[in-house]
Write a protein that binds this ligand. Structure first.
Ligand SMILES: Nc1ncnc2c1ncn2[C@@H]1O[C@H](COP(=O)(O)OP(=O)(O)OP(=O)(O)O)[C@@H](O)[C@H]1O
Ligand SMILES: Nc1ncnc2c1ncn2[C@@H]1O[C@H](COP(=O)(O)OP(=O)(O)OP(=O)(O)O)[C@@H](O)[C@H]1O
Ligand SMILES: [Mg+2]
Ligand SMILES: [Mg+2]
Lengths: 258, 258
């Protein structure tokens, strides 16, 4: 069975999509077949992977289907990276939150859908929107673990407590197996004092939960999505590519050590 | 009556809170008494303004009150900047979205609350969360105009179309007076080619809607919130402070020219 990981943080713009896309590509290139599920109606992960058309459907169609697990296989599309597939999103995904109000077990629709996945993929990465609504809860219920991108900025620190409380609630009520795989510091700008201070604060509050790999702020990472490429395709020897390959190694080790 | 402005963009981390706080402070320092309403359960605007305790209550208490307009006056608190007040947020605000499901007119609770404001304030700025859920819709229903912060990054461009469609729907169904006051480009990094490209794309798609003022990426802007200060207090002569004072001038002109 695949290891399912939610990439989650309700703070906006901290690098969730960038991490899902580039961590996914790095895992695939290391021989671990990976599926990215775009759970955000902004469809940034879909777009970053160069997917412009979704003839087979999107995550919305899976979540509202009679039988989500049967529908899943029809929407999975390959990407330009061998071993990396994606379940695309679309703007109508924001409608699912409203349409599923009142449906019993609405927070477990994604878990049900992924049950139909089979053994093709070693990892499934769930890219979450910047909120803790129904789509993020679906991801947390479906996940074995979470990876939390934390931007090296003061305001990003503020929300971590709220996130950990939410994770605790989901663990207690909906998904007892959920665990925090780690926190990954993103957009680290070595020229600023602030970045170093934020890293030490996170280390102090969440000892041993930070990944050793720190993702630097590099313009290459923000350019790659405009070409529909991952950093591994766009600038394979750049600091961003090196960092995400290193993160993939840490993630694979932590995931298999259980 | 105050001019009510929603600071909105469902894309995360684009500078909504930074714009609400520093535009608000700049307007207040130019003699235009201003109220900032923190509509985000992350409470980043509340924290950025140095508010740690909320003994009188928060926006949550206003939205769920029998009479929101009577409750509003009790939660408004002054900030360290003369002429700048704030309605603070708290984490329980995310509960309001669920609690108000099924309540008639739930999208107009904030408009109702602001009706009780009187003539003290010239401007009200509504800092929205990174989603288009009930809290953002409440802000759009209560607002006379919107200011859209647009980060100078490719992924931030993607969501603008979806945002404009949503604004159109709110205008057509819930608030016919709503208009776009302008788009403000944020985190402009002159060292990158990408920033200039994004600015020209926005100019092409939304001619004449961009403010002339472009907010540069400066570390001072990201440091100020950790001291609970606005940029006008923390580094009054810095490029960030100069830019937000300039933006305040443009906003005041556009707001009064109707
Ligand atoms: N390490 C980095 N260096 C430079 N830019 C980055 C880096 N990581 C992400 N970015 C850019 O920062 C912006 C925010 O990143 P991203 O969209 O991945 O965050 P997110 O958490 O997914 O946002 P949202 O909350 O809207 O889903 C994007 O424009 C992205 O290209
Ligand atoms: N012009 C700027 N230069 C440098 N840093 C900035 C600038 N504007 C905002 N920031 C920083 O970038 C981060 C994101 O900004 P901010 O929190 O204001 O965005 P937001 O749109 O309100 O985010 P959210 O979607 O989570 O509400 C913050 O850490 C902030 O301090
Ligand atoms: Mg994202
Ligand atoms: Mg904000």
């Amino acid at each position: 069975m695949a290891h399912v990981m939610a990439i989650v943080n309700q703070k906006g713009g901290v690098g969730k999509t960038t991490t899902a896309v580039n961590l996914g590509a790095s895992l695939a290139m290391a021989g671990q077949r990976t599926l990215i599920v775009d759970c955000d109606s902004q469809a940034n992960a879909t777009r970053s992977l160069g997917i412009r058309e979704t003839p087979g459907g999107t995550l919305y169609d899976v979540l509202v289907a009679e039988d989500p697990s049967a529908r899943l296989a029809e929407v999975i599309v390959p990407t330009a990276t061998a071993g990396l597939d994606v379940v695309p999103a679309s703007p109508n995904l924001s409608g699912a939150e409203v349409e599923l109000v009142g449906v019993a077990g609405r927070e477990a629709r994604l878990r049900g859908a992924l049950a139909g996945l089979g053994t093709d993929h070693a990892f499934v990465l769930l890219d979450c929107p910047p909120s803790l609504g129904l789509l993020s809860v679906n991801a947390l219920v479906a996940a074995d673990s979470v990876v939390v991108p934390v931007q090296c900025e003061y305001l990003a620190l503020e929300g971590l407590g709220q996130l950990m409380r939410t994770l605790g609630l989901v663990q207690a009520r909906l998904n007892p197996r959920l665990r925090v795989l780690g926190l990954v510091m993103t957009m680290y700008d070595a020229r600023t004092r602030l970045a170093g201070e934020v890293v030490s604060e996170v280390e102090r509050h969440f000892p041993n939960q930070m990944f050793a790999t720190i993702i630097p702020r590099t313009v290459r990472l923000s350019e790659a999505p405009s070409y529909g490429e991952t950093i591994l395709q766009y600038a394979p020897d750049s600091p961003g590519a090196i960092a995400y390959r290193s993160l993939a190694g840490e993630v694979a080790r932590r995931a298999t050590n259980g």
